[in-house]
Every structure is written in structure tokens, then in C-alpha cells.
Design a protein around this ligand. Structure first.
Ligand SMILES: Cc1cc2nc3c(=O)[nH]c(=O)nc-3n(C[C@H](O)[C@H](O)[C@H](O)COP(=O)(O)OP(=O)(O)OC[C@H]3O[C@@H](n4cnc5c(N)ncnc54)[C@H](O)[C@@H]3O)c2cc1C
Length: 250
């Protein structure tokens, strides 16, 4: 009788142990704090939402493995997005999410400019909600950590209180990532000034985000519009002697 009981316990353990491991693993994945970007391994993320936010700009919201997961991308680093161009060739390009980990759990957002005949932008534009996209990362030489700047892992600027940012077109996204991080962390003693250049006012990417950051005192911005007139509310500030290039201040 005793041995039957022992066997029963063993059998139960044999079934229970893998079940327990499975439950633990399932719970771990469900609550996984971040995807493992540091490993450099590729990962796939599903497009949860695709929005056309301007005639040539889309905003893609990518779902992370669970609702609590964060991307874990170091500030000032980028993701490499992988795709296939219209001729069937593999193509990869860097993109920077405009989201901040702490307030963007379970997802990250890319703003993508679509150029005529652009290889990767058109690949992404051809995707629909529910499709998967391949990423690797983090990539990039610069990192902002504990209010210091590092270049290729070497400390290059110690806790600067003034940060100058210069960007054009879709080059705004890495800059916004930094300012949004300062805002999120409430690092009020660091002042950011941005010079942002675009052909026309309509080309200004993430305009609402920039305006909100300005209104809330996190950013001072100077728009450089190389074609066309100033937007409402902008004032002409200076002519920098370059033909057709006018600096506007908002
Ligand atoms: C750090 C970093 C972060 C970035 N983050 C973002 C981001 O968040 N969002 C974003 O939209 N972009 C971002 N970019 C830019 C992005 O990586 C791509 O370079 C950009 O989107 C264009 O890629 P594409 O493959 O769509 O177009 P491409 O194939 O590079 O083409 C772009 C345009 O150039 C023209 N062209 C290409 N080759 C030639 C040639 N030989 N002669 C003349 N014309 C040519 C094409 O016809 C097209 O009109 C970032 C770039 C960097 C470096």
C-alpha cells in the first residue's frame, strides 16, 4: 500500500513538475519587463496600429510581447528595421521610436516618412495592422545615461545643463526621444534648444509633440524653413545669407 502511495506521489510530481515549470515560464513571459535588446538578437513586433498622419508620413504602433513589457532602448540609440525593397533586396535602416519606455508599456511607436521610391519606408507603408516587422538593435554611437553623454562607450560630456539639438526632416526623432526622456524624468535643470530644418511647414514632423514640449518649457525651438512662408504664429528671425533659407522662430 505504501509503495503504491509513493508511486502515486512520484507520478504526480512527474506531471506537476513540468506543469509548474510551464506556469512559471508562462508567468515570466507574461510579465517580462523588457524585450532583450542588449542581446543584439533580432526580434519581431506586430503592427498594432497604422495611421496616416500626413500625406507622406505614417505612424506605426508596435505591440511588445505583453502589456507590461518595455522596449528597453537606451536613450539616443536606435532600432534597425529590416525589410525587403520593391526589387526583392534585403534592406535595413535605423529608426528611433518617439515613445519613452516608462510611459509606453506594451508598445512603441515609430513615425515613418515615406519618400518616393524610398526602399524601407515603402516596405513599411505596404504593411498592415497585424503584420510582423523584424528589428535588431540597439544601434548608434551615442548614449545619454545618468545625464552624461557617451560616445562609443566613452564618457564625452558630464551632466551638461544646456543641450543643443540640430535636425532636419525625419532626423527629428532621435532628438525628440532625448527631450521626452528629460520631460518624463522631470530633469528640469537641463535646457534643450532645437534648430529644426524642413523644406516647408507641412514637412515638420511630430509638430504637436514639439509644440507641447515648447509650451511645457522643456524645449526652445527655432524652425528653419527653406521654402515657403512662415506658419501662423511664427516670426521671421533672421536671414542667414543663404539664398531661400530663412530662420523662423515659434
Ligand atoms: C539615427 C537615425 C534615426 C532615424 N530615425 C528615423 C525615424 O524615426 N523616422 C524616419 O522616417 N526616418 C528615420 N531615419 C531615416 C531612415 O533611416 C531612412 O534613411 C529614411 O527613412 C529613408 O529610407 P528609405 O529606405 O525609405 O528611402 P531611400 O531608399 O533611402 O530613399 C530616400 C529618397 O532618396 C532618393 N534616392 C535614393 N538613392 C538615391 C540616389 N542614389 N540618388 C538620388 N536620389 C536617391 C529616393 O528616390 C528617395 O526619394 C533615421 C535615420 C537615422 C540615421
Amino acid at each position: 500500500m505504501k509503495s503504491i502511495h509513493k508511486k502515486a506521489v512520484l507520478v504526480t510530481s512527474a506531471i506537476a513538475a513540468p506543469y509548474l515549470v510551464y506556469r512559471l515560464y508562462h508567468n515570466y513571459v507574461k510579465n517580462c519587463p523588457s524585450i532583450q535588446l542588449e542581446s543584439g538578437e533580432p526580434f519581431f513586433a506586430k503592427i498594432a496600429k497604422k495611421e496616416q498622419i500626413a500625406s507622406d508620413v505614417i505612424r506605426l504602433t508596435f505591440a511588445l510581447p505583453n502589456k507590461k513589457a518595455i522596449l528597453g532602448l537606451p536613450i539616443c540609440k536606435h532600432l534597425m528595421v529590416h525589410g525587403v525593397d520593391s526589387e526583392g533586396n534585403d534592406v535595413k535602416k535605423p529608426y528611433t521610436p518617439i515613445t519613452v519606455d516608462r510611459i509606453s508599456k506594451g508598445e512603441f511607436i515609430l513615425v515613418v516618412k515615406i519618400y518616393e521610391n524610398g526602399r524601407l519606408g515603402n516596405f513599411l507603408n505596404g504593411k498592415k495592422e497585424g503584420d510582423q516587422v523584424k528589428f535588431t538593435g540597439p544601434v548608434g554611437k551615442i548614449e545619454y545615461k545618468d545625464q552624461d553623454f557617451y560616445q562609443l562607450g566613452k564618457l564625452v560630456s558630464v551632466k551638461p545643463k544646456k543641450i543643443g539639438l540640430i535636425g532636419g526632416g525625419s532626423g527629428i526623432t532621435p532628438l525628440l526621444q532625448l527631450v521626452r526622456y528629460l520631460e518624463d524624468q522631470k530633469i528640469k535643470d537641463v535646457k534643450c534648444t532645437l534648430i529644426y530644418s524642413n523644406k516647408t511647414q507641412e514637412d515638420i514632423l511630430c509638430k504637436e509633440i514639439i509644440e507641447q514640449l515648447v509650451a511645457d518649457g522643456w524645449l526652445t525651438v527655432y524652425h528653419n524653413i527653406t521654402r515657403g512662408d512662415a506658419a501662423e504664429g511664427m516670426e521671421k528671425r533672421s536671414n542667414n545669407n543663404q539664398k531661400n533659407t530663412i530662420m523662423y522662430r515659434k
